[in-house]
Design a protein around this ligand. Structure first.
Ligand code: C2E
Ligand code: MG
Ligand code: MG
Ligand code: MG
Length: 283
């Protein structure tokens, strides 16, 4: 009997695998279609300078408006897009759309976009960036590319070549989610990043756990010495801001300031038409 059960379990498992593979294939087809039919949308989350009490820019975060499944978060489709290479055309759309939108905003507002390692290693990136910047008349220093540490682990030589070629264009480069993965201080020597984005995991417990605050201080100290800005991700409470400022981190991003919002709401946010953190503070 046990044997029989084992076998049926196995069959059930195989069936499960099939379902998964089937779902994946379907999702890949859906993704291709999403590109053709323009089902993606960018939401924008403010980057806030807590020292000057001023918005310095927005990070563009992709959303997929699936015709049947509703809004799909990037955490649920970026990895499949990377595995299938579809991230390259998706990423091109992100660059164009973000540059188009940013060109509508004031000159002192930057736009940050996430660049997948797969897109980073693809050949067309530099050309796509140059075309988008010139098409929308966006000065390159208003565009900030967010890359992750994983790029600095493999093919370091190639990565550095690409980074330097992007630096020549004049776009800014930020190191995203710093402190996760296999962080190494050596990365910070290898390239003059404009900004280090300190991962949310150091912010979450910063009020309760002094070691998080100490780590943040070490990162901001190092960054300052190297001429790099820092920004803390995932800031949800005022008390976290107070500690971040004490520990040398002036730029923040998180639900405290605003969740990612539509382009329309972001424009209204800039004009002060939406209730914002700044107003709460001064009220
Ligand atoms: P990320 O670049 O680190 O973006 C920050 C993520 O944290 C966003 O999730 C944002 O909504 C979320 N977040 C912001 N503030 C808070 C907060 O106060 N608390 C909490 N709990 N979360 C906060 P989202 O939009 O779901 O994006 C997830 C990830 O997907 C991004 O992480 C990025 O790695 C990737 N991604 C998003 N858009 C793109 C894109 O256009 N291209 C590529 N290649 N990746 C993208
Ligand atoms: Mg990011
Ligand atoms: Mg991040
Ligand atoms: Mg993150």
């Amino acid at each position: 009997k046990a044997k029989h059960e084992g076998k049926s379990c196995y069959r059930f498992f195989e069936q499960g695998m099939d379902d998964q593979a089937q779902k994946r294939r379907q999702m890949e087809l859906d993704l291709k279609r999403a590109i053709e039919e323009g089902q993606f949308e960018l939401h924008y989350q403010p980057l806030f300078d807590a020292q000057r009490q001023k918005i310095s820019g927005f990070e563009a975060l992709i959303r997929w408006n699936h015709p049947d499944k509703g809004t799909i978060s990037p955490i649920n489709f970026i990895s499949l897009a990377e595995e299938t290479g579809l991230i390259v055309p998706i990423g091109e759309w992100v660059i164009k759309e973000a540059c188009r939108q940013a060109s509508q905003w004031p000159d002192d507002i930057r736009i940050a976009i996430n660049v997948s390692p797969v897109q980073f290693r693809s050949n067309g990136l530099r050309t796509v960036l140059l075309q988008a910047l010139s098409r929308y008349g966006l000065p390159p220093e208003r565009l900030e590319l967010e890359i992750t540490e994983s790029l600095l682990i493999e093919n370091v030589e190639d990565t550095l070549k690409v980074l330097h070629s992007l630096r020549v264009i004049g776009v800014r480069i930020a190191l995203d989610d710093f402190g996760t993965g296999f962080s190494s201080l050596a990365y910070l020597r290898s390239f003059p990043f404009d900004k280090i984005k300190i991962d949310r995991s150091f912010v979450v417990d910063i009020v309760q756990d002094k070691s998080c605050a100490d780590i943040v201080q070490a990162i901001t100290g190092l960054a300052a010495a190297l001429g790099m800005e820092t920004l803390a991700e995932g800031v949800e409470e005022q008390e976290q801001v107070n500690i971040l400022l004490q520990r040398g981190c002036n730029n923040i991003q998180g639900y405290l300031i605003s969740r990612p919002i539509t382009a329309e709401s972001a424009s209204a946010f800039l004009e002060g038409a939406l209730p914002s953190y700044r107003e709460q503070k001064t009220a």
